[in-house]
Design a binder for this molecule. Structure first.
Ligand SMILES: Cc1ncc(COP(=O)(O)O)c(C=O)c1O
Length: 429
């Protein structure tokens, strides 16, 4: 029988080294996955609390969704947008129904990167202004434009430069400079945005783009009034607001369908990918009719709107509606947060626990300081894996543990995961 070590040796020969798997010393080679579990080829079973990076939103190979995917595969697999499929229209109607009222027109692609590319293109064409303001610690994808939008050095490869993209201070309250309070951090962010517009632009901008909670950045949650204070400045400068919901969409933050709804502001454009398709590649950009109409000329994506993808995403969203995942994210998220807070009180290397809904993070530091401890973070994630629980990592300094189970996670699985986390924390103490 082939072992994971043999496959890893072959992997290293044929794959770019930059595509580095987690658990470097002993990576997981997946055999199959079902619902909340992943099984490796060495016979180990893991409770998956990262869902392929917040992407397998309602369980691996979910029976109800797989059934609908297979049905569509037997009807028509691909036509491209040069012909129309009703399934694409149905999915667009569903997205328009669930997102804020003004957003009505949809463009489908294959990834979050492309969804963000589409959003930036539309904003630039609508406003006639190429300047895009985005946040430090943002992750926007891996095309050259998306890496330019990204403000996380680790993920900016190949000498990316787009002179029209400006990065302003993000509301990272845990790492506030000079010991500022959260209120003062928001003041500083507001001031930085105003100064950036005044000094690096002619006073007019095309768009401000932000994740409602920064994902790859380490689940950075802004203070409650942050967006309410930022968006009027963006509007004043003529910009539109793009909410990148690639991680925060579809109920993940608890109680509401989209992350930005937690903050009481309305975006002009929203982008989705990841969890929208429960593992099928999809990108989706939705905006107002006025902004969509400004995209004059022709643009298309060969696989955007692919019928099998559309059927899978529609089945995913209908499953989420039927099982009220926003509510489950709220309930199970609160259960997780309570337990993580207890751990934070017990283990001095936990600098902060933060998050919303089923998007919770632990920032790991040297006890008594805020110095990031990347080594202990990696050891902890490895220790969880050895005990059968898969978690994610993130943050600019690689010291944030990201916990984001499937949105239909049960209380029982949550308790199992918290039990393993408790034991792994003791182990790395
Ligand atoms: C917030 C956010 N936007 C965009 C992207 C890019 O998505 P993709 O990897 O599907 O291109 C990601 C991916 O992690 C993301 O987290």
């Amino acid at each position: 029988m082939t072992t994971s070590a043999e496959i890893m040796e072959r992997y290293k020969k044929v794959m770019f080294p930059a595509a580095a798997p987690y658990h470097a010393d002993n990576p997981i080679v997946v055999d199959h996955a079902k619902d909340q579990y992943i099984y490796d080829i060495d016979g180990n079973k893991y409770l998956d609390f990262f869902g392929g990076i917040l992407t397998v939103s309602v369980g691996h190979c979910n029976d109800e969704i797989t059934q609908r995917t297979m049905e569509q595969l037997q009807v028509v697999q691909h036509t491209s947008t040069i012909y129309v499929n009703e399934i694409m229209v149905k999915l667009a109607e569903k997205v328009a129904e669930l997102t804020p009222q003004g957003l009505q027109k949809v463009f489908f692609t294959n990834s979050g990167t492309e969804a963000n590319e589409t959003a930036v293109m539309a904003a630039r064409m609508y406003t006639g202004n190429p300047t895009i303001i985005t946040l430090r610690h943002a992750y926007s994808g891996r095309s050259l434009l998306a890496m330019s939008l990204t403000a996380h050095g680790t993920w900016r490869l190949g000498g990316v430069v787009d002179p029209y993209i400006k990065h302003v201070r993000n509301p990272y309250t845990y790492r506030a400079p000079l010991g500022l309070t959260p209120e003062q951090v928001v003041d500083l962010c507001v001031q930085d945005l105003e100064e950036t517009i005044a000094t690096t632009t002619n006073g007019r901008i095309g768009a401000f783009m932000a994740e409602p909670i920064q994902g790859v950045g380490g689940f950075i949650v802004p203070p409650e009034d942050y967006f309410k204070r930022i968006i009027p400045i963006v509007k004043e400068a003529g910009g539109v607001f793009i909410s990148d919901e690639v991680q925060t969409g579809w109920g993940r933050t608890g109680g509401k369908w989209f992350g930005i709804e937690q903050w009481g502001v309305e975006p002009d454009i929203m982008t989705f990918a990841k969890g929208m398709g429960n593992g099928t590649p999809i990108g989706c950009t939705i905006t107002t009719p006025e902004i969509a109409d400004a995209v004059q000329g022709l643009t298309f994506s060969t696989f955007g709107g692919n019928p099998v993808t559309m059927a899978t995403a529609l089945a995913t969203i209908e499953y989420m509606e039927a099982h009220n995942t926003p509510e489950n994210c709220e309930v199970q998220g609160a259960r997780m947060a309570e337990k993580l807070d207890e751990f934070a009180a017990e283990f001095p290397f936990i600098g902060e626990v933060r998050g919303m809904g089923l998007m919770q993070a632990i920032e790991v530091v040297e006890p008594g300081t805020k110095d990031p401890d990347k080594t202990r973070t990696a050891a902890f994630v490895d220790a969880c894996k050895e005990k059968g629980l898969l978690l994610g990592k993130g943050g600019l300094y690689g010291n944030v543990i990201r916990i984001a189970p499937h949105m239909n996670v049960s209380g029982e699985d949550m308790d199992t995961a918290m039990d393993i986390i408790g034991k792994a924390l003791v182990e790395v103490s």
